[in-house]
Ligand binder design. Structure first.
Ligand SMILES: [Zn+2]
Length: 148
């Protein structure tokens, strides 16, 4: 029998540590502002802040920045939170590469990215996705994604 895989502890990040979105900036000057309530000014900054939120297990941030008309939106918030937490606990967030950002219009944008992840055993389990975002009521929201 194999030993159960231990889940990782929450990644706590202080203000002057590098941002978990791998921008190279201090957390406080990068996604920390958005996690603290400031509105991301673009789909790209929202995307980065969502990656950092996954890395920090900020399930509420993920949920609150998901478009309720998108396919990933779940009515059962508790269940959704659990699934975000269990995903975030099962991987290491090694890096984020932005491949392309394209604005369709002032209220619609796509961001293609590669998320570099590793599972608990150290095996690479990253993925690439083209995500779609909408600006609704002055707030960028993640709508959906297509694997690349
Ligand atoms: Zn960041």
């Amino acid at each position: 029998m194999s030993a159960p895989i231990k889940t990782r502890k929450k990644a706590k990040v202080s203000r002057y540590e590098p941002c978990p979105c791998h921008s190279g900036q201090f957390y406080a000057k990068c996604c920390g502002m958005f996690h603290g309530g400031a509105k991301p000014p673009s789909a790209l900054t929202l995307m980065r802040s969502r990656y950092a939120a996954y890395a920090m297990h900020l399930a509420d941030y993920i949920i609150d920045t998901t478009d309720s008309s998108g396919p990933q939106y779940e009515a059962d918030r508790g269940k959704w939170k659990d699934s975000i937490e269990s995903f975030a606990s099962s991987v290491y967030f090694d890096g984020l590469e932005i491949l392309e950002e394209s604005l369709v219009g002032p209220e619609e944008a796509y961001v293609a990215f590669k998320a570099c992840l590793r599972d608990a055993l150290g095996k690479e389990c990253g993925f690439s996705e083209r995500s779609r975002f909408f600006l609704k009521a002055d707030k960028w929201l993640y709508h959906s994604g297509v694997p690349l």
